[in-house]
Ligand binder design. Structure first.
Ligand code: HEC
Ligand code: HEC
Length: 138
């Protein structure tokens, strides 16, 4: 019967829309971070921590405070602040690293911290904030 068919179709649609609105909600329950522009906004704190520690801190041989500014009147770091230029440079480097993997190494949908990345921060930085550009032996 046509009526039944319509009812089935529309209830399927309603269900699909409900799923969409849950998964694409910008302020989902997981977005505990305030100022992410390159990482997915719903990144888990476990993944974010391992990117900050293994890729950034160890990859560049720096501390968190290399990129993150202190809160006014305290030595605590304000991780959401963009006051330090190193943080913006790091964002560009993140975009570049993802692009290198996708475009030149055919990594499908690369994400920072993924084990399948060919190029990481450490590939160039080798534990230093500025890669050694004089490696050609002078
Ligand atoms: C090389 C630079 C760099 C270093 C070192 C670094 N971070 Fe970050 N951090 C960033 C950038 C860039 C972002 C923003 C990423 C984005 O926009 O997606 C960020 C974002 C964050 C955020 C999310 C803040 C928010 O609410 O938006 C936290 C928390 C954080 N970092 C913690 C740390 C900790 C803890 C360390 C040391 C273990 C650390 N970071 C080391 C560059 C760095
Ligand atoms: C393809 C090589 C390459 C990759 C990959 C790379 N970088 Fe860099 N990065 C460089 C070079 C080269 C410089 C130095 C540029 C200069 O001296 O002007 C640099 C400089 C920087 C600086 C500025 C350091 C300073 O002392 O001012 C930051 C911060 C940085 N990179 C973060 C990152 C992060 C975080 C990643 C990984 C997401 C990354 N880079 C991946 C090549 C790379």
């Amino acid at each position: 019967m046509p009526l039944t068919k319509t009812t089935i179709v529309s209830s399927t649609l309603v269900a699909a829309l409900a799923v969409c609105s849950v998964t694409s909600s910008p302020a989902g329950p997981q977005s505990e971070f305030k100022n992410l522009r390159v990482l997915p906004r719903n990144v888990s704190s476990k993944t974010l921590q391992s990117i900050m520690i293994d890729d950034f801190e160890d990859g560049l041989g720096v501390a968190c405070s290399f990129c993150h500014a202190e809160q006014k009147g305290s030595h605590k770091l304000d991780y959401a602040s963009d006051a330090k230029p190193e943080k913006s440079i790091a964002r560009n480097m993140m975009r570049m690293t993802l692009k290198l993997n996708a475009r030149y190494f055919q990594v499908h949908r690369p994400g920072l911290g993924d084990p399948g990345l060919v190029i990481t921060c450490a590939t160039c930085h080798q534990g230093k904030p500025r890669p050694d550009l004089s490696a050609e032996g002078q």
